[in-house]
Write a protein that binds this ligand. Structure first.
Ligand SMILES: Cc1ncc(COP(=O)(O)O)c(C=O)c1O
Length: 422
């Protein structure tokens, strides 16, 4: 970015900002966005970038969708926010009912929060306390998986992949959870079952991202892995929590990823594309037997959680508007078309030196490399070509808006090829 284009607010404000996932001593200056539209990000220096990752997988209908914006503007005049303790409102109740209608199985009890990490923490609390309320005091641990990612708060770090969750750096600060390999071949299946045999008596829940471990490196597994996990959870009487914060709302080709495995979780977590990428909102949704474990004459058996901005009316309104768009516009067909396009165009990357694997699922396209030396340099090259693509670990990936047009998508996939072949 040329210096003359940097506005005053950027120069004065940036020294006060602590950026996410950044070594602030060496981090290069962030780009400055002034507005968004569709799949485009407009920068202060006049450049326009095509967003290849839909703002961390949220903006499934593209930015500033007029239908969502209009709904938000109406709600803004009516009631932007109100506390949820002892007061309810139409956007939240309407949304809760619609989410339960959309979910197969008996997922019927919705607890709203304001971020994915907190939704996962609530799921963990639901699982653990449902046992404690019944007097089962030993079932307080969670089994999660290598390659998994469930958030950045302390409790969720403990259920992330040990490397991703920085278990070594945080040492004893993190609760010791059971991290197993995903049961996807004979040896991992054995280890998974051995760990269950050893720890089932102390496990409240098994927690997994269905079909795709997103932040762990866009690692795909097949639906039968989820069936194996569901079966094991039943066998050992352990609850199954599915974290669909990344995979929910069409990203893997079905509305929810777990539909492809024909199983049902006991608890599910949703966020990211829930509001069509406009506002912070998350939901943790449980089946009756989890909810009913909290019903008691004892006030201590209640779920003691209540974020200040939970069920924010504006956020719920945008989520309702987003669901309307899924009802009225052909989003899943667009995901199928995107999948064909990504599969056809990214396969050329297979022959490039240093490319280990190319894979797609739904509206996710991944080029896995042997390794990436300099993520920042790669990111800058994509920007130079007019694309917002953010490589991490050893992957370059695309998760565009489902509404992206073919020309923009072509620019993204062509740029991935060009930059990786340079
Ligand atoms: C599967 C999954 N769970 C949880 C989270 C955490 O969500 P948040 O960043 O909103 O706290 C993420 C974020 O990337 C995620 O991908």
């Amino acid at each position: 970015m040329t210096h003359s284009h940097l506005p005053n607010w950027y120069q004065k404000g940036l020294p006060h900002i602590w950026l996410p996932y950044s070594q602030m001593q060496t981090a290069s200056s962030p780009i400055a966005a002034t507005k968004t539209n569709g799949s485009q990000i407009f920068l202060t220096d006049g450049r326009i970038l095509i967003d290849g990752i839909a703002s961390w997988w949220t903006a499934c209908h593209g930015y500033n969708h007029p239908y969502i914006c209009a709904a938000l503007q109406r709600q803004l005049d009516i009631m932007p926010h109100i506390m949820f303790g002892g007061i309810v409102h139409e956007p939240a109740l309407h949304l809760a009912q619609r989410l339960c209608d959309r979910l197969t199985g008996n997922l019927n009890h919705v607890f709203f929060t304001d971020s994915g990490s907190v939704a996962v923490e609530v799921a963990m609390k639901m699982a653990i306390q449902s046992r404690l309320n019944k007097g089962e005091t030993r079932r307080t641990r969670i089994m999660a998986f290598h390659g998994g990612y469930h958030g950045d708060t302390l409790a969720t770090m403990a259920v992330c992949d040990p490397e991703e969750g920085m278990h070594h750096l945080y040492g004893n600060v993190l609760t010791q959870q059971i991290i197993a390999p995903l049961p996807c071949d004979e040896p991992s299946f054995k280890t998974f079952h051995n760990l269950l045999e050893q720890h089932a008596h102390e496990l409240a829940a098994i927690l997994v991202e269905p079909l795709v471990q997103g932040a762990g490196g866009m690692l795909f597994h097949t639906p039968d892995v989820l069936q194996i996990i569901r079966h094991a959870a039943d066998r050992y009487d352990i609850l199954l929590i599915l974290d669909e914060i990344f995979t929910g709302f069409g990203r893997t080709g079905t509305f929810f990823a777990y539909e492809q495995a024909h199983i049902v979780p006991d608890i599910i977590t949703l966020s990211k594309a829930l509001t069509g990428g406009t506002l912070a909102l998350a939901a943790t949704i449980a089946v009756p037997h989890v909810f009913e474990a909290f019903l008691s004459n004892n006030p201590e058996h209640a779920l003691m959680h209540g974020p200040t901005f939970m069920a924010n009316p504006l956020a719920c309104t945008s989520a309702n508007a987003s669901l309307d768009l899924f009802d009225t516009e052909p989003r899943l067909e667009q995901v199928a078309t995107l999948n064909s396009f990504l599969t056809d165009t990214l396969k050329a990357c297979r022959t490039l030196p240093g490319v280990r694997n190319v894979r797609t699922l739904g509206a996710i396209g991944v080029v896995e490399l042997e390794h990436i030396n300099n993520h920042e340099r790669l990111r800058q090259e994509f920007i130079t070509h007019g694309c917002w693509i953010r490589p991490f670990r050893n992957i370059v990936y695309l998760t565009p808006a489902f509404t992206i047009d073919e020309k923009e998508l072509h620019t993204l996939t062509h740029t991935v090829y060009k930059v990786l072949s340079a």
